[in-house]
Design a protein. Structure first.
Length: 338
């Protein structure tokens, strides 16, 4: 995979960091994220914006961040809680939060979105983002589309989407990968993505996602879009803005500067000793620990030693190749929590 070298990349410029926070797990993960950012990114000068869905007909329960001490802990660390309305997704497709929240961010200001289940482990402010050529996480596997025996294949499926939005399909391909192999086609994990303007990005992301959901090409008739809708639309959006997989940020994010751990048992099972040390360090101050202990998975995994027991189940030099095997081992030993 060809990447731009850091020498060729533009100098860093100010940007905002955004993530979704809401009642339950995402709110406590947001606190870990912000604490890790403050501890490990000394040159970051932007705003930290926690996008919070508001009550409405698409949420059966109040999605706002609670309790108050959690809200206070976030703002004490300099994070700003930004409300947004759920007009299209809500509880039925919570991944849609990361689409609908974008237009609540400051218009015209470069942004980097992270999933809340991420830790900042290095100096984010020094990452050489080129916001005019957006990209997203390459820490992914070939989860979509699922190819049926009699087709259509990867090329036909993906090309139908590019054609639907008037995008050039051929220029999105990684020709170093073989035809009909999933990595040949532009595909990202939506754990992070970035762009020059959250409103322009968000409006196009919403337009593409709704059209794919409500009026997909016939080639998608056998495909499942839940939970993959955001990851199906995202590469099309990035390609439409002139971005792609070739970005200097991939030498930093999902690497020495950030870790998208996804779930605490998975973090303890497969991430590096440095990531675990970073987690436990930022969770240790009494003001933060007091709040985090209200969330049972963090209390048990981080503060009561269950994470260390999960770690002991695995040889870090000989991990199972499939994620499901890791999950199954954790579950069979009674340590699975989320």
């Amino acid at each position: 995979m060809a990447r731009k070298s850091t020498k060729e990349s533009k100098a860093p410029k100010p940007f905002n960091v955004a993530l979704v926070g809401q009642n339950g797990r995402l709110g406590y993960e947001a606190l870990l994220f912000v604490a890790s950012l403050r501890a490990n990114a000394p040159t970051f000068q932007g705003r930290v914006l926690i996008a919070e869905p508001q009550t409405g007909p698409l949420w059966p329960n109040d999605p706002r961040i609670a309790p108050q001490d959690l809200r206070d802990a976030l703002t004490d660390l300099g994070a700003e809680i930004i409300p947004f309305e759920s007009a299209h997704f809500g509880h039925a497709y919570a991944y849609g939060n990361k689409i609908e929240m974008l237009t609540a961010l400051p218009k015209g200001e470069p942004f980097v979105f992270f999933d809340s289940d991420t830790l900042i482990t290095g100096d984010l402010g020094a990452v050489p983002f080129d916001f005019d050529t957006p990209s997203a996480s390459l820490r992914r596997t070939g989860t979509w589309p699922e190819i049926e025996l009699y087709g259509p294949g990867y090329t036909e499926t993906w090309k139908s989407l590019y054609d639907a939005f008037g995008l050039d399909f051929e220029s999105s391909l990684d020709l170093a990968e073989p035809d009909e192999y999933w990595a040949r086609y532009l595909y990202f994990n939506a754990g992070f993505f970035f762009g020059a303007c959250p409103h322009a990005f968000g409006e196009r992301f919403l337009e593409y996602a709704l059209r794919i959901r409500d009026n997909p090409p016939k080639e998608l008739v056998c495909q499942t879009l839940d939970p993959w809708l955001d990851q199906v639309a995202l590469p099309l959006v990035i390609h439409s803005f002139g971005g792609g997989r070739d970005s200097a940020v991939h030498d930093y994010l999902d690497g020495p500067v950030s870790c998208h751990y996804r779930l605490l048992p998975m973090l303890y099972a497969r991430e590096s000793d440095a990531v675990i040390a970073a987690l436990e360090s930022v969770a240790a101050p009494n003001k933060i620990k007091k709040v985090l202990k209200s969330y049972d998975p963090i209390k048990r995994m981080v503060f009561q030693g269950r994470g260390a027991k999960v770690r002991a189940l695995f040889d870090q030099n000989d991990m199972p190749r499939r994620e499901q095997a890791i999950r199954n081992r954790i579950k069979s030993n009674g340590f699975w929590m989320r």
